[in-house]
Design a protein around this ligand. Structure first.
Ligand SMILES: Cc1cc2nc3c(=O)[nH]c(=O)nc-3n(C[C@H](O)[C@H](O)[C@H](O)COP(=O)(O)OP(=O)(O)OC[C@H]3O[C@@H](n4cnc5c(N)ncnc54)[C@H](O)[C@@H]3O)c2cc1C
Length: 406
């Protein structure tokens, strides 16, 4: 049976589970465990006012149906203003300069009416924080640094920067793709450095986006234009995801708004008309990470700390949500001790099976589609032409985008 948190002499707090990192996946995990009657402590270094109203970070998350259903089931979907949710009906993939036929994935006419939903990351984080705050059993220690942590066969815990000790049956590392807890546990990771940076920002344009996500593997640059929900202003708004060498991204970030808008209008060959920058430009290094193990004694890795995906297939957060569900289920089906080795191995087995093939496939796609040497160019032109004629392939990819299996 779940135990309870309690204060003991020497200010030692005890929980069932401590989650290091109050990002979207850490908060989702706290909600799942709290709903199962567990006592959970989330330790997050950002202050509470940032969690309550996170700043725009450029990321527009393509949520699968499974992810949106999970968010609905816990009440987080209702915390996202409906006008900020943009259904995506078509995914359009192009390669090369222009003129070659695109590969199109359309939402099926029967069943759910969209391939998925685009929602800004900061709104997902805000929604999850609001739900976590009202979930019984969940304590959030915001603005707290972790000075040190431990986990062994008997117990796990953290010491905060203010020297307070918090102990639990299980420590969960949800501290992002460059996870300190993972490194301190001596767990290595496959790190695929694409030697590129990604810039993300919103631009307004006169041509409608028609709820289509464009992924364009041009020679020398990769551009995605993702649909943003309409507002009451003229034109449409899209999220630009631009992948280039880090120096070029730094140069573009230093341009003033007008020069940047001109540059993007030219890069997109005016297909949406004149582009106008209307948000901050956020830059991320392009590194994919896969932890060698997802567990150690009384330690579990979730979210990007376990699997940090290349964003090209839009699966990072979606898989992170899956992972925390798998962990919560393994704990619920266990004998009571959240850190029991059998619980952790069940979690690891299931989550590796779900993520390893996708991680490898995503890296292969990202490599073939972002390198410009002649064999890669030929492979992607041929690949797109063949894929366009293969109905079973297109159906399988559509199902993967929608996450309709499982
Ligand atoms: C440009 C871009 C586009 C993306 N698009 C998509 C998409 O379309 N679909 C999709 O599914 N995914 C997408 N992703 C991936 C998605 O954003 C991540 O998978 C997701 O944010 C991972 O959440 P997380 O909670 O595991 O980690 P993070 O979001 O990195 O959160 C980690 C948290 O831990 C905290 N933390 C770190 N260290 C400590 C510490 N020592 N003590 C306390 N707190 C700590 C941090 O402050 C942070 O709040 C995209 C990513 C990028 C960069």
């Amino acid at each position: 049976m779940p135990s309870h948190s309690s204060r003991t002499p020497g200010d030692l707090m005890r929980y069932d589970v401590i989650i290091a990192g109050g990002g979207p996946v850490g908060l989702a995990c706290a909600i799942s465990l709290g709903r199962d009657g567990r006592k959970v402590c989330v330790v997050e270094r950002s202050p509470a006012h940032v969690l309550a109203d996170p700043p725009f970070d450029g990321r527009e998350i393509a949520l699968t149906h499974h992810a949106s259903e999970w968010l609905k089931s816990v009440g987080a979907w209702d915390e996202i203003p409906a006008g900020n949710i943009c259904p995506m009906y078509t995914a359009r993939i192009e390669t090369g300069k222009s003129g070659s036929p695109p590969l199109l994935f359309d939402a099926p006419t029967a069943g759910p009416d969209a391939l998925g939903y685009m929602v800004a990351n900061h709104l997902i984080r805000r929604g999850l924080y609001r739900v976590a705050l009202r979930t019984p059993g969940v304590d959030i220690r915001a603005g707290e640094g972790i000075a040190s942590s431990w986990h062994d066969t008997r117990s796990a815990g953290v010491v905060l920067a203010n020297e307070e000790r918090i102990e639990a049956d299980l420590l969960v590392a949800a501290d992002g793709r460059f996870s300190r807890l993972r490194a301190e546990a001596g767990i290595g990771a496959i790190v695929h450095d694409f030697q590129r940076s990604i810039m993300v920002c919103r631009l307004r344009h006169p041509e409608p986006h028609a709820n289509t996500a464009l992924q364009w593997f041009d020679e020398g640059q990769t551009i995605a234009l993702l649909p943003v929900a309409p507002d009451d202003r003229p034109g449409s708004c899209s999220s630009l995801v631009l992948t280039l060498e880090p120096d070029e991204i730094a140069r573009l970030k230093a341009l003033d708004g007008k020069a940047f808008s001109e540059d993007i209008t030219a890069r997109t060959q005016g297909r949406m008309g004149q582009m106008t920058l209307e948000s901050a430009r956020c830059v991320y290094p392009l590194k994919a990470v896969y932890a060698h193990r997802f567990q150690a004694p009384r330690l579990a890795l979730i979210g990007d700390a376990a699997v940090g995906m290349h964003p090209i297939t839009a699966h990072g957060f979606n898989l992170g949500l899956r992972g925390q569900e798998v962990l919560a289920r393994a704990i619920a089906n266990g004998a009571g001790d959240a850190g029991d080795p059998s619980v952790l191995s069940r979690f690891e087995r299931t989550h590796r099976r779900a993520t390893a093939p996708l991680f490898a496939a995503t890296n292969a796609i990202a490599t073939v589609y972002t390198r410009d040497e002649p064999p890669f160019l030929m492979a992607r032109r041929a690949g797109l032409a063949v894929a366009n004629r293969l109905l079973p392939f297109k159906t399988a990819v559509t199902n993967m985008l929608m996450d309709r299996h499982g």
